[in-house]
Design a protein. Sequence first.
Length: 267
Amino acid sequence: MDWDDMQHTPSDDEEESGGDWIVTFSDLMSLLLTFFILLFSFSTVEQNKFKQLLESIKDALGVQQVPEAGTREGLEAIHLDSLKTEIAVDELGAMVQKEMQEIESKVEEYVMKNKLQGLVNVKTGDRGAVITISDVVIFPEGEAEFNPEAYPILEKMVELLKQFPYKVRVEGHTDNIPIHNSKYPSNWELSTARAARIVRYFISRGIPPERLAAMGFAHYRPIADNSTPEGRAKNRRVEIVYTRESIIEGLKQKGVHVVASGAVKKN
C-alpha cells in the first residue's frame, strides 16, 4: 500500500452506505420506546381494576382498610381476611353442632329412661336436629286429638323447648292410605291439623307462639316403604325440627356474631 492509498478520502456513496446503521438504531429505539409506553398504559389500567377489586372486597367483608400499596401486599391482605372469615364461620358451625348434639343427648336420655325406643327417636343432619314421634302414641287413627299417653311425651318436649329456646317446626306426616270424611277431606288436612294441635299445646304450656310453626306434608315425604304395614306405620309420624338456620338465628339473638377478624364474639 503506497502513500496515496493511505491518503484516500471516502466518496459520497461510501459515506452514505456507512451511515445506514444509524437509521436502523433509531428505528429500534423508537420501537422500544413505544413498547415501554404500551406496558406502562397496561399497568395503569390493571392498577385501576385492582383498586376497584379491593373496594368490592372491603364492602363484602366489612373491612375498613385493605392495603393498596402493591399487588402482592393487597393480595396477601385479601387472602388473610378471607381465611379469617372462614375460621369464624367454622367456629359458628361448631357452636351449632354442639347445640344439636346437646338436643340429641337429652332426647336419647329421655327415650332410654322411659323405654320409648321405636316410638321416639332423634337424629342430627343437614336439616338440623329432628325429633320423630310415632303417631301411635300421640293420636288415634284418623284423628287430631291426643291419646292419653301423649301428654307425658309432649310435656318432655316442652321441657326441651324451654331448655333450647330456638324456633322449631312441628311437621305432620301420614301414610298413603286416603282419608275422606267430613272433618278431614284428605291427608293434607289431617297432617296439618295434627301439627297445629301440638303447636297449640306447646303454646298453652308457655312456649312463645313466635317460636313455633305448624306444617303438614300428608304422605309426600315418606321415610319408609308405604307398600307394607310396617313402612306405613313409620311414615305416620310427627317431627319436631330444630333447623340449623333457627339455631344460628337464636345464637345471633343471644349476641353471638361473626366478625371479619376471625373470632366469634359474644356480647
